[in-house]
Write a protein that binds this ligand. Structure first.
Ligand SMILES: Nc1ncnc2c1ncn2[C@@H]1O[C@H](COP(=O)(O)OP(=O)(O)OP(=O)(O)O)[C@@H](O)[C@H]1O
Ligand SMILES: [Mg+2]
Length: 330
């Protein structure tokens, strides 16, 4: 509780040893709050935190063996980059020579070799963020808590850091709790993903299961693109959803064909006719927006040789396997 705001409700989660767990959710959904409670910087108004079956609710954060990246970086402003990184090592009583080598190695890992003697105020946001990440990694704690640790980086650097983090995890198997609002990042990095919605856990699952079998419209929309088959009237279009549920089909599960040469395997497939309203070319992918009555369905197709390319206004048939339709809570 922050004053009278409950930032988190019914939050119950078991993290497995060595697991890479990502907390994913929109801004304000309680991700940072959850992480701060796990780290011991915020106290829950009720409930407990156990590590290896022992309650740590009363253990202050600095006595816990954890590496942490705060969303705000929280570097020591009066220490150089090097000193920021040495600090956790000094706390552990590591000898000066060993510290030197370790700091060098870690600076290299986050591509900041030349920045050791700068003050945090002399660094860009992305550079500060990498120092924060380095500081969390350097102490070799068995638990890593990372709050949007790559949020300030451009795409290339972000991807490099992602594989760095992934590789470290593979190598050392530290229990890692990673907060992000970037769905792609969550899908590529995690063993399991926790999807947060307004202070509650909406769904917890492995990436592929979560993407393929979201329980609700919220999860389906948050993780990738989702076509909701909701038009009234034709049964086909509703996808045969039971009462209180909506039918959803992912854009890449839809096949697009010219209406003159439609797919006819209608035992296994459902189909609708429409016309192309927009075509977006995105390198390896082509995306079509197809108007079907009052709705627009998104179709995603991998570009391949010999493929028919549809133009605006073309009449097309969309079809998909009935078994690819998912029924979700509204
Ligand atoms: N110190 C605070 N005092 C009052 N309310 C707070 C405080 N910190 C967070 N909140 C509220 O708690 C809710 C959850 O915030 P939290 O920071 O956990 O969200 P988040 O998922 O990390 O969001 P973001 O993606 O923007 O970082 C929000 O509604 C926020 O306004
Ligand atoms: Mg946050």
């Amino acid at each position: 509780m922050y004053g009278r705001t409950a930032a988190l409700r019914d939050f119950s989660l078991t993290v497995r040893r060595g697991e890479f767990l990502t907390i994913l959710g929109p801004s304000g959904s309680g991700k940072t709050t959850a992480l701060m409670i796990l780290a011991g910087f915020e106290a829950p108004s009720s409930g407990d935190i156990l590590i290896a079956q022992k309650s740590v609710a009363a253990v202050p954060p600095f006595r816990r063996d954890q590496g942490i990246v705060f969303q705000s970086y929280a570097l020591f402003p009066h220490l150089t980059v090097r000193q920021n990184l040495e600090f956790p090592l000094e706390m552990r009583g590591m000898k000066a020579n060993d510290r030197l080598a370790k700091v060098d190695r870690t600076l290299e890992q986050v591509h900041l070799k030349e920045f050791g003697s700068r003050m945090p105020s002399q660094l860009s946001g992305g550079q500060q963020q990498r120092v924060a990440l380095a500081r969390a990694l350097i102490a070799d704690s068995p638990v890593l808590l990372l709050d949007e640790p790559l949020g300030a980086l451009d795409r290339n650097l972000r991807e490099q850091m992602q594989s760095e983090i992934k590789q470290l995890h593979r190598e050392f198997g530290k229990t890692t709790i990673f907060v992000t609002h970037d769905q792609e990042e969550a899908l590529t990095l995690s063993d399991r993903i926790v999807v947060m919605r307004a202070g509650r856990i909406e769904q917890v699952d492995a990436p592929e299961a979560l993407y393929d079998r979201p329980i609700s419209r919220f999860v389906a929309n948050f993780l990738g693109e989702a076509n909701i088959l909701s038009q009234d009237g034709s049964d086909t279009f509703k996808g045969g959803a039971p009462a209180g549920k909506v039918a959803m089909i992912r854009p890449e599960r839809i096949t697009i064909r010219s209406f003159a040469f439609p797919s006819v395997d209608l035992e296994k497939r459902q189909s609708v006719m429409g016309h192309v309203e927009e075509m977006i070319y995105a390198g390896p992918l082509r995306k079509y927006h197809v108007r079907v009555g009052d709705e627009v369905l998104v179709v995603r197709e991998h570009v391949a040789s010999g493929q028919l390319i549809f133009q605006l206004g073309d009449r097309v048939q969309l079809s998909w396997l009935r078994s690819d339709v998912r029924f979700l809570a509204e």
